[in-house]
Design a protein around this ligand. Structure first.
Ligand SMILES: *[C@@H]1O[C@H](CO)[C@@H](O)[C@H](O)[C@H]1NC(C)=O
Length: 160
């Protein structure tokens, strides 16, 4: 995992893409808690970089989502650092297993750290709206998020 972390260098797009993807796949199989610190800062930097190629952006967003699903306590505190580019890079990809796993992760992270999404909530709504045919499980989560957002609006939180 530390070696994969070192390969998260966007100067080398193909290597970076592959390392990013491998981390996301491994995150669904293995205990990742000890490694969040060696991979997350690079992933966050890549997703925020101007001119990151579209495919790398999408892969990075999916991997951050999977990492967050595996380790919400470790990743959710960083939500505000990546939620906006996360939403804009995933809103245009078609529905598939990868997108599904990424959205599950983001929903779990929002549950842990709702304050992290407040400022960019409109971007999150836009990304959710791009979801054509969510599976049952994430749909449940979207309903919760929707209810939560209505409460928020009612509280005047959306105006801030
Ligand atoms: C990245 O993975 C693809 C697909 O497995 C492979 O064809 C390509 O050679 C890999 N790139 C590098 C730089 O290893």
């Amino acid at each position: 995992m530390p070696i994969l972390g070192l390969n998260l260098n966007p100067e080398f797009i193909s290597v970076c893409n592959n390392a990013t993807w491998a981390i996301g796949e491994i995150a669904m199989q293995m205990e990742m808690q000890p490694y969040v610190g060696v991979v997350l800062p690079n992933l966050v930097e890549i997703i925020n970089r101007p001119n990151t190629p579209k495919t790398l952006l999408e892969n990075t967003a999916i991997t951050i989502g999977r990492l967050g699903y595996a380790c919400p306590q470790e990743v959710a505190p960083q939500l505000q650092q990546f939620i906006r580019p996360w939403c804009t890079s995933l809103r245009n990809i078609r529905d598939n297993e990868e997108k599904d796993s990424a959205f599950r992760g983001i929903c779990v992270m929002i549950g842990v750290n709702p304050a992290g999404v407040v400022q960019d909530f409109i971007f999150f709504c836009d990304a959710v709206a791009s979801w054509v045919n969510p599976k049952d499980d994430p749909r449940d989560m979207f309903y919760k998020v929707q209810r939560c957002s209505r409460t928020w609006a009612w509280l005047g939180g959306m105006d801030k």
